[in-house]
Design a protein around this ligand. Structure first.
Ligand SMILES: [Zn+2]
Length: 300
């Protein structure tokens, strides 16, 4: 996920979910029955002496306690908004950045296209769940002080053949964060769901400084839980990254929903601690995810 140090762009894609309305039909026969019953009951109560009428039900004696939120108690994020950074993506051609690029023998696949295909699918998945979803550019101006229920950046790993271990995915939270627990939980949720739904292996050994010190982490509002995922290696995982993008998006979505809904998490077991060399063209392996993985129960 080599990222240029400069870049700017205009606003990101933003969408809102749209509720569907069932078509209107003819009046249901039940309405006619109810209407007739109402007329008959009205005539009956008009006829009988008032002494036979039951006492009206007493007013309920309970009251719903009024809830008054103090300004400080109002959640900072009221909108059910989720941000997805489409790795390397920019709407401005002047800042075009393909990310990792595969050789012609591997179809010339560009990382930015894989990332964007998955990001937009995640957006559609979350829209269907009733969330407002921003698909953000890599250096989107919206990222500054960005507030949302969560932010996940989607990247893919190198298309160079590194070694046979260079397969799988990895997720990282900001290394430094004033509110680290939420981001750790977000990472745990994404790791858990992505592993179980895609069958891909967690590959924490190659979490790079590019991930733990990801630029957007320092730009967004510190109260926004955030994570970055490398969804797979473009070399050894090329097939699933290009042929199963719906599945990968569903898995990322499930991870985000796991976090938003507070679902239980079983962490996948890392199968490889061997860090591939030069996993990212500029990546320097300085951190491992073990230092930031939440203390949650790992599933053997
Ligand atoms: Zn990338």
């Amino acid at each position: 996920m080599t990222i240029p140090s400069v870049g700017t762009s205009d606003t990101s894609a933003s969408s809102q979910s749209q509720a569907t309305r069932p078509g209107t039909g003819n009046a249901h026969p039940l309405r006619t029955v109810v209407a007739v019953a109402f007329v008959v009951a009205t005539l009956f109560t008009a006829w009988i002496p008032s002494g036979y009428l039951p006492e009206p039900p007493p007013e309920p004696t309970y009251q719903i306690a009024a809830i008054t939120l103090e300004p400080s108690a109002i959640p900072p994020t009221i909108e059910p908004r989720v941000g997805i950074v489409s790795g390397h993506w920019s709407k401005d051609p002047a800042y075009y950045d393909p990310g990792a690029v595969c050789a012609e023998a591997l179809g010339g696949v560009k990382e930015v296209d894989v990332n964007h295909a998955i990001a937009t699918r995640v957006q559609q998945d979350l829209l269907q769940q009733g969330y407002q979803v921003d698909v953000l550019e890599e250096f989107d101006q919206k990222l500054f002080k960005y507030r949302a229920l969560s932010l996940v950046s989607i990247h893919s790993d190198s298309c160079e053949y590194i070694n046979d271990e260079a397969t799988g995915f990895k997720v990282s939270a900001p290394l430094s964060n004033p509110n680290p627990d939420n981001s750790k939980l977000l990472v745990a949720c994404v790791e858990s769901r992505y592993a179980s739904m895609t069958g891909m292996q967690l590959h924490p050994g190659s979490v790079t400084r590019d991930m733990t010190h990801y630029h957007a982490f320092a730009e967004i509002d510190p109260d926004t839980p955030a994570a970055i995922i490398e969804v797979g290696f473009l070399n050894r995982d090329l097939e699933i990254l290009t042929q199963k993008q719906d599945l990968l998006a569903d898995a990322v979505t499930a991870g985000i929903l796991c976090f938003l809904r507070g679902e239980p998490v079983n962490l996948p077991t890392p199968t490889s601690e061997i860090a591939p060399q030069n996993a990212e063209p500029t990546g320097v392996i300085t951190e491992t995810i073990s230092s930031i993985t939440p203390e949650l129960t790992a599933t053997p």
